[in-house]
Ligand binder design. Structure first.
Ligand code: NDP
Length: 240
């Protein structure tokens, strides 16, 4: 039977590309999303991938959502923690709410999703936890103290959990994309986007599919000796 993969934020942007690539690679895929029903319905119509709505920032909602996915599709062996948000502001203007929202989704979301799935992965002696961090968690980014802190936290989470999962056949890895052409980046004013592209040695934004292919590799049996690692895919912008 095909392994089941659950992708958070899996109906738009990088997550949608990941969901599709995992489906093409033969996995049974469930895509979670937060609130954009229209995008989720369109995604399901186009791909046949089932979508499930809950917030990764809410631990009880994650438990209930995962239970629904597992009742429909079977035990989840591959978790892709992709859901993420930005609430950018220079630090002197950043509100406690902007801090909390980003930390709750981009960092606590990893705990909320991985914790309920962990016992099953340990019992079955197989698991893949793949989390989408960011170049800005590696190098820091002005205007993103909240986002950079959360994304750096994702890498620490990955390294710690990799050690706990190793003997149980669970690998835990992070991917750090550079700037990728999704709604998140296209929402940035064009002038700023041009200045970002000027800093990327390959001279272009990345494509969501380029991150999806990294996920497919880390989900596969071929990657069983890779754990606790950070795979950077950023066009040479930051050499981590
Ligand atoms: P998008 O804004 O295009 O999509 C974000 C997805 O996450 C949506 O599906 C959204 O759901 C979902 N989401 C947001 N909050 C929650 C939540 N609380 N619970 C469940 N789902 C949620 O983002 P990208 O595709 O650009 O980014 C995907 C990931 O990659 C993020 O973690 C981001 O930080 C990271 N990243 C992105 C980069 C880029 O250049 N784009 C660079 C480096 C990292 P809904 O559709 O319902 O709104």
């Amino acid at each position: 039977m095909a392994r089941v993969a659950l992708v958070t934020g899996g109906s738009r942007g990088i997550g949608a590309a990941i969901s599709k690539a995992l489906k093409d690679a033969g996995y049974t895929v469930a895509a979670n999303y937060a609130g954009n029903d229209e995008a989720a319905a369109k995604f399901t119509a186009e791909t046949g991938i089932q979508t499930y709505k809950w917030s990764v920032a809410d631990y009880e909602a994650c438990k209930a959502g995962i239970a629904a996915v597992e009742a429909d599709l079977g035990p989840v062996d591959i978790l892709v923690n992709n859901a993420g948000i930005t609430r950018d502001a220079m630090f002197h203007r950043m509100t406690p709410e902007q801090w909390r929202e980003v930390l709750d989704t981009n960092l606590s979301g990893l705990f909320n999703m991985t914790h309920p799935l962990w016992p099953g992965m340990r019992e079955r002696k197989f698991g893949r936890v793949i989390s989408i961090s960011s170049i800005n968690g590696q190098k820091g980014q002005m205007g993103q103290a909240n986002y950079s802190a959360a994304k750096a936290g994702d890498i620490g989470f990955t390294k710690a959990l990799a050690q706990e999962g190793a003997r149980a056949g669970i690998t835990v890895n992070a991917i750090c994309p550079g700037y990728i052409a999704t709604d998140m980046v296209m929402a940035v004013p064009e002038k700023v986007r041009e200045s970002i592209i000027a800093q990327i040695p390959v001279g272009r934004l990345g494509e969501p599919e380029e991150i999806a292919r990294c996920v497919v590799f880390l989900a596969s049996d071929d990657s069983g000796f890779i754990t606790g690692s950070t795979l950077t895919s950023n066009g040479g912008q930051y050499l981590a």
